[in-house]
Design a protein around this ligand. Structure first.
Ligand code: SAM
Ligand code: SF4
Length: 325
């Protein structure tokens, strides 16, 4: 088992397959784009698989493929197939645009849960947020995923003045479809023009929902000790909704997550500037276990050691697209 210095067991690996994406979401990708490294700086399909095997052999039992957009990674299906054979719970986070091309491989690999990002139900706004388009394709992907019997979570990053007027529309969606809507507080990353004023807190989100739905009918759903979302449902609702309150009420106590970036670095927290390069020593045939242990021994108890009230404490930070969400 991979244990950090606070005694937290790390059994959940999030692998970013690529820093590339077919969307350009304003809160994730800097306006000027990201400078990609040379091709050989990124993990190959075989390297992703072997490093994943290494983690699984040390107790990781859950792997999420993310990015950038994992579905634009050449070799996505090979990775999926190989990790699908490992003894892990395999899931994906995707913008949903390319799912139609990959359903067969996704189902064959045994993926049973998928997170699809969608921040607005309005086509014009979708174009503004993503600097591209494709709302109808994403909505169709959500329906397809449900048809295939997958567990579907819809990630909504809530930004003041941008989409906070759609909170109730998303809740309504969870009424008629068995999906789990997860409202995410807007988080600061390199180049995303984050400001506290743009954050809609979990409290505000729930307050908004309570204006329409009677609080006495709300059911708080069970959560496990590694939860990141507090989930609720109403009587009669097919799905559920939840809030990921990273900015106002973080949930680091039960953190079991470790991240592998597309260039083969591990990050022990989304917010830490500290990274440990695994890929270079891995390519030299060296044992990477001491490096993973070193990273975990340096893991902060909360928020990667940064203070959200003073972002000067956040340094050597990447944009979200190059960390992997
Ligand atoms: N391309 C895929 C997608 O959009 O689902 C996977 C990668 S994306 C970086 C992973 C998740 O991070 C998405 O749900 C996205 O909404 C979320 N995300 C990106 N930037 C964020 C930010 N600044 N604050 C909160 N969530 C963010
Ligand atoms: Fe791409 Fe996902 Fe980032 Fe949007 S949130 S730019 S879809 S990686």
């Amino acid at each position: 088992m991979l244990v950090d210095k606070h005694g937290r067991e790390h059994s959940y690996l999030r692998i970013s397959l690529t820093e590339k994406c077919n969307l350009r979401c304003t809160y994730c990708m800097p306006e000027e784009g990201v400078i990609l490294k040379k091709n050989n700086s990124y993990m190959t399909v075989d390297e992703v698989i072997h490093i994943a095997e290494f983690f699984v052999a040390r107790g990781v039992n859950k792997i999420r493929l993310t990015g950038g957009e994992p579905l634009v990674f050449k070799g996505f299906e090979d990775v999926l197939k190989a990790i699908g054979k490992m003894d892990v719970d395999l899931s994906l986070t995707t913008n949903g645009l390319l799912l139609n091309k990959f359903w067969e491989s996704i189902l064959k690999a045994g993926v049973n849960s998928i997170n699809i990002s969608l921040d607005t139900l309005n086509e014009e706004k979708f174009k503004r947020i993503t600097r591209r388009g494709g709302l109808d394709v994403v909505l169709n992907s959500i329906d397809q995923a449900l048809k295939y019997g997958l567990k579907v979570k819809v990630n909504v990053v809530v930004i003041k003045g941008v989409n906070d007027d759609e909170i109730l529309d998303f809740v309504k969606m969870a009424y008629s479809k068995p999906i789990s809507i997860r409202f995410i507080e807007f988080m600061p990353f390199d180049g995303n023009k984050w400001q506290w004023e743009k954050v809609v807190s979990a409290k505000e989100i729930l307050g908004k929902i309570a204006t329409e739905y009677d609080v006495k009918d709300i059911v708080a759903l069970d959560r496990d000790r590694n939860y990141i979302s507090r989930d609720y449902s109403y009587w009669g609702m097919k799905g559920s909704f939840g809030v990921i309150s990273t900015m106002t009420d973080s949930f680091c106590g039960g953190c079991n997550r470790i991240r592998l970036t597309a260039d083969g670095h591990i990050k022990n927290c989304l917010f830490t500037g500290d990274e440990t390069d695994l890929l270079t020593p891995f390519r030299r045939g060296e044992d990477i276990l001491p490096l993973v242990e070193y990273s975990l021994m340096n893991k902060h108890l909360k928020n990667g050691g940064i203070d959200f009230q003073d972002l000067s404490t956040m340094h050597d930070h990447r944009s979200m697209i190059s960390i992997g969400g």
